[in-house]
Design a protein around this ligand. Structure first.
Ligand code: FAD
Length: 475
């Protein structure tokens, strides 16, 4: 008899799951399959929105599965020593991480397993194409997205990894009575969850995706930039927790989309999925990019450290309505529209001249779809310090962004009730309202809604100068 443990991490599903599928495939009648989750203390030192969402999702899986989950806790060594002491495990199957903390943990695990009787079986699963899969014909990896994507499109897409549920239920063992400490650590974390989120678990993800494929995907190229329109898939939270696999989404699109219709929306959507792979690859090859600018010449920029300004940005009190509305959406829901992630990141780094790392850390606390690779990639893009970034001299104008992407101020008014009676003419820059208009709108600037904390034009010039000085100084 052989016992196989399947170690779940950020792949909280029982469908299209490579490690699970392989473990089942490799098992014979009479073998055992043990489903496992490791509560790692380093990942749960703090408890932010992302933890709240993650543990609600995990709990949803545990409660709705017909097969039992086993929890181990403590450092990697402690937890797995405990597992091997209690159960004679022969193989540990898992979907590996290719970047960040997860990669370091997986490298440490493979080393730990070197002198164990059991064998580790690691698979690429979280992305359509792993970090090493798309490379230049001449060798090496791409630093620019466009050629990467050209290559990405040509590489055959992996098939859905079917999970035989009947076999899974027959093989799954229940040793949970031996893992009470782990279960307690897990229950404690679930006990800390408190917020209500829009969409938890596999069924919610598919309901949402089916709706998206039925209509909005065809207009995605046009509508994806308008935060007042429900024009994006909102799959990021589900991809982050792994309740759906990106392979399944991709194949569902191929099967269900009506290719006789305008498919530019569909193509744009697939391109966005490729950005997720691209940033995973970049973080894999630049493991230090969480703390360090990818572009060497922009290391050591003299960022501004004004805590009051940082607080105003965090709390949505900058006096720039679209920025404030976006930050309030983030703080309240744990999600922010992509156009606004770009605008708020640009605002922090170019209008307030603040370190992108501060913003990256703040998003990490607030986003329920927090994905280090995409978040670091997005922040370094906006700060002009990353691979293939926005050039430093193309500074977003927050008022112009607002006029273009929220022309009627609908999104602004949804998140900033104090501006709800402000006429369209002033909604993008209420500080321009004459006093009688302020009275009519019951919104006195400086009292009900702040004056702009900075002058965009002045800050734009300063930002360009800061980058130019740094560039010239380092050349
Ligand atoms: C500063 C900044 C920080 C970001 N932080 C994160 C993050 O922590 N986690 C995260 O998942 N995304 C992040 N993004 C990317 C993007 O904003 C979100 O993936 C997107 O807004 C999620 O909403 P959606 O699922 O409706 O996206 P859709 O528009 O429906 O896109 C579909 C999927 O494609 C992927 N995707 C789309 N755009 C990007 C992108 N620019 N980079 C990487 N993947 C992308 C996501 O997995 C997304 O779910 C960040 C972008 C910026 C500019």
């Amino acid at each position: 008899m052989t016992t196989r443990a399947v170690w779940f991490r950020r792949d909280l599903r029982l469908n299209d799951h490579t490690a699970l599928s392989k473990a089942i495939e490799d098992s014979k009648k009479g073998d055992e399959l043990l489903l496992l989750f490791h509560i790692h203390p380093d990942l749960n030192k703090s408890f932010h929105a992302t933890h709240d969402y993650f543990f609600q999702t995990l709990n949803h899986l545990v409660e709705h599965s017909k097969v039992p989950f086993h929890f181990i806790e403590g450092s990697l060594e402690e937890a797995f020593d405990d597992l091997f002491e209690k159960v004679d495990v022969d193989y540990v199957y898992f979907n590996q991480d290719e970047s960040g903390f997860g990669k370091q943990r997986d490298d440490a695990f493979l080393e730990y397993m070197d002198d164990k009787e059991a064998e580790a079986c690691a698979y690429i699963d979280h992305h359509m194409h792993g970090a090493q899969e798309i490379s230049k014909k001449t060798g090496g990896y791409y630093k620019m997205f466009t050629p990467y994507y050209k290559q990405w499109k040509q590489v055959p897409k992996p098939a859905v990894q079917k999970v035989d549920h009947e076999k899974l239920e027959a093989l799954a063992v229940d040793y949970t009575s031996s893992f009470k400490d782990g279960r307690k650590a897990y229950d404690d974390l679930v006990g800390m969850t408190e917020r209500e989120f829009d969409g938890i678990g596999e069924q919610d993800a598919w309901d949402r995706f089916e709706d998206f494929i039925d209509g909005p995907i065809y207009d995605y190229d046009d509508e994806r930039d308008f935060p007042a329109v429900d024009g994006t898939s909102k799959m990021s939270r589900f991809l982050r927790t792994g309740v759906v696999s990106v392979r399944s989404l991709y194949h569902y699109i191929q099967d269900e989309v009506d290719f006789r219709k305008n498919t530019e929306g569909v193509e744009t959507y697939i391109l966005e999925l490729a950005w997720r792979d691209f940033y995973n690859m970049i973080y894999h090859f630049y493991p230090q990019s969480k703390d360090q600018e990818v572009v060497e010449k922009y290391r050591g920029l003299p960022w501004n450290n004004d805590d009051d300004l940082f607080d105003a940005w965090k709390e949505g009190r900058t006096g720039f309505p679209v920025i404030d509305a976006a930050m309030r959406q983030l703080n309240e829901t744990g999600w922010m529209h992509n156009r606004l992630r770009m605008a708020t990141a640009s605002f922090l780094t170019k209008d307030l001249l603040m370190d992108w790392r501060k913003g990256e850390r703040y998003f990490a606390e607030k986003l329920i779809d927090y994905d280090p690779a995409s978040n670091i990639g997005g922040w370094q893009w906006a700060a002009s310090t990353g691979t293939d970034p926005v050039p430093y001299f193309r500074v977003f104008n927050p008022t112009r962004q607002s006029e273009r992407f929220d022309p009627h101020g609908r999104f602004i008014k949804e998140w900033i009730p104090e501006l709800k009676d402000v006429p369209k003419k002033y909604i993008h820059d209420p500080s321009k309202m004459p006093e009688n208009e302020q009275e009519k709108a019951r919104c006195m600037i400086g009292e009900d809604y702040p004056e702009p904390v900075v002058d965009h034009k002045t800050m734009r010039d300063k930002a360009i100068e800061m980058f130019k000085d740094q560039k010239d100084g380092s050349s």
